[in-house]
Design a protein around this ligand. Structure first.
Ligand SMILES: *[C@@H]1O[C@H](CO)[C@@H](O)[C@H](O)[C@H]1NC(C)=O
Ligand SMILES: *[C@@H]1O[C@H](CO)[C@@H](O)[C@H](O)[C@H]1NC(C)=O
Ligand SMILES: *[C@@H]1O[C@H](CO)[C@@H](O)[C@H](O)[C@H]1NC(C)=O
Ligand SMILES: *[C@@H]1O[C@H](CO)[C@@H](O)[C@H](O)[C@H]1NC(C)=O
Length: 402
């Protein structure tokens, strides 16, 4: 505990061999699969094809899930093509990500009637989808959509100078220079609206991760700097003593979200960003931090049963954000797998954990090619867009990690 706390604070103790426990938990249900690559690809593509029946071609959205969740459908479709080296989903992904960029400037969804509905994380979910698309299809158009959105949101990443001056040009209230003695620089405001004070882990983690991908793609050091700043903010402000990522800090008064706000996607997005940042900088501190978060996350009883099956957002009766969270979490673990061919023990752990979710979906929670929002089952009696969304990342991740 003490040691992890010191690590979380980034003190010098965290050398290269931190010694996180990366063993596969013997209580986990079925950490392996015997399905062939061709079978796994067919299973995930079939699930994508069923989801596509929910598409509203006029606006790039899917029936019965929200804007941010729809962005995540395009993400997983691009990833499926990238890792199978196919273009089965290319036309749909490229055309719809471009369509939505045209409808909403910088992927910022303005207004829903008269209600302002503006979130930096929403813009970043879609920019991230464009980033995956640009990687999958070498699309300069999608890359430029991602960069334009990054540039717009980057105004909301607190700079060192803004923190020191106690004000932000786009916010109507004084901001704290530090919280708990650590600079607020690097944090990203959740909403662009001038009165909203929240700086949260998902917006900062999305920005960090997109920055790391852009650094990799463009080699422009401004993206690496932005990623490092955001990684430092989460590390310093928003990890609990167990290395699980917490939710929100107010820039106005340093008040915090309850410590019980433990959501998979905060840790999952941070893991994804750290895996890319460690990979492009070869700075081992990010790798070590990633290992600590992973080791803790895969054992976190706040969101899974003792059999290892993730239970967050398991409601088949209506959509909720938590259903989308766990998909983002599994995606982050998949990226960590991709970036660490040198760490066999970690890869065995990630493969085992992802297979637990995969086997649960296929054996306990499937009805043909559609899936329950509850991965531990029972089988769904009818299709839901949110259950399908959540399943897609697991099905694709299982293609890659086995
Ligand atoms: C490491 O984790 C495994 C699996 O959860 C557990 O069985 C084992 O006791 C742990 N080892 C230590 C040293 O904590
Ligand atoms: C990707 O696109 C760029 C610019 O359009 C081109 O120069 C490059 O050769 C392409 N790379 C691949 C792998 O197709
Ligand atoms: C970066 O990731 C690639 C796999 O995607 C891997 O081959 C390479 O060793 C990694 N480099 C570092 C420094 O982690
Ligand atoms: C599977 O879905 C069909 C509708 O597509 C439904 O009629 C059937 O009852 C479902 N099976 C289970 C086990 O719920």
């Amino acid at each position: 505990m003490q040691f992890l706390l010191l690590c979380a604070l980034g003190l010098a103790l965290c050398g290269p061999s931190v010694g996180q426990n990366l063993s596969v938990n013997p209580n986990w249900r079925e950490p392996s699969t015997s399905r062939s690559l061709a079978q796994r690809i067919a299973i995930s593509q079939d699930a994508i094809n069923l989801m596509m029946q929910q598409l509203d071609a006029s606006n790039g959205q899917f029936a019965n899930i929200g804007y941010w969740q729809a962005g995540n459908v395009w993400s997983v479709m691009a990833i499926q093509d990238e890792l199978t080296s196919t273009q089965a989903n290319k036309a749909a992904v490229v055309n719809n990500l471009d369509l939505v960029f045209g409808l909403f400037s910088n992927y910022d969804q303005f207004g829903c009637g008269n209600v302002p509905f503006i979130f930096n994380d929403d813009a970043l979910w879609w920019a991230t989808a464009a980033m995956y698309g640009s990687k999958a299809y070498n699309s300069t158009q999608l890359l430029s959509n991602a960069i334009a959105t990054w540039t717009s949101v980057s105004r909301f990443q607190i700079t060192q100078a803004e923190a020191q001056s106690g004000s932000h040009p786009l916010k109507s209230f004084p901001i704290e220079a530090t919280c708990d003695g650590v600079t607020m620089a690097g944090g990203v405001f959740w909403r662009p609206t001038s009165e909203d004070t929240s700086v949260n882990s998902i917006t900062t983690g999305l920005f960090m991760t997109l920055s790391a991908y852009l650094a990799e793609q463009t080699k422009d050091p401004k993206y690496t700097d932005a990623a490092v700043q955001s990684a430092n903010w989460i590390k310093a402000h928003n990890l609990n003593t167990n290395s699980i990522v917490l939710d929100t800090v107010s820039a106005a008064d340093c008040s915090r979200s309850p410590s019980t706000w433990i959501f998979t996607y905060n840790s999952g997005k941070f893991i994804e960003g750290l895996s890319v940042l460690a990979n492009i900088t070869a700075d081992n501190q990010w790798n070590n931090l990633m290992l600590s978060v992973i080791a803790s996350a895969v054992e976190n009883t706040a969101w899974q049963g003792s059999n290892g099956i993730v239970t967050e957002g398991s409601d088949n009766s209506q959509n909720n954000d938590g259903i989308g969270f766990k998909a983002v979490y599994i995606r982050g673990l998949r990226e960590a797998f991709r970036r660490t061919p040198h760490n066999a023990q970690l890869r065995t752990l990630l493969r085992g954990y992802i297979n637990v979710q995969y086997n649960a979906l296929l054996e306990l929670a499937a009805n043909g090619s559609f899936y329950s929002a509850g991965w531990a089952g029972p089988q769904p009696s009818k299709f839901t867009s949110w259950g399908q969304l959540a399943a897609l990342d697991v099905l694709t991740a299982a293609v890659e990690v086995n």
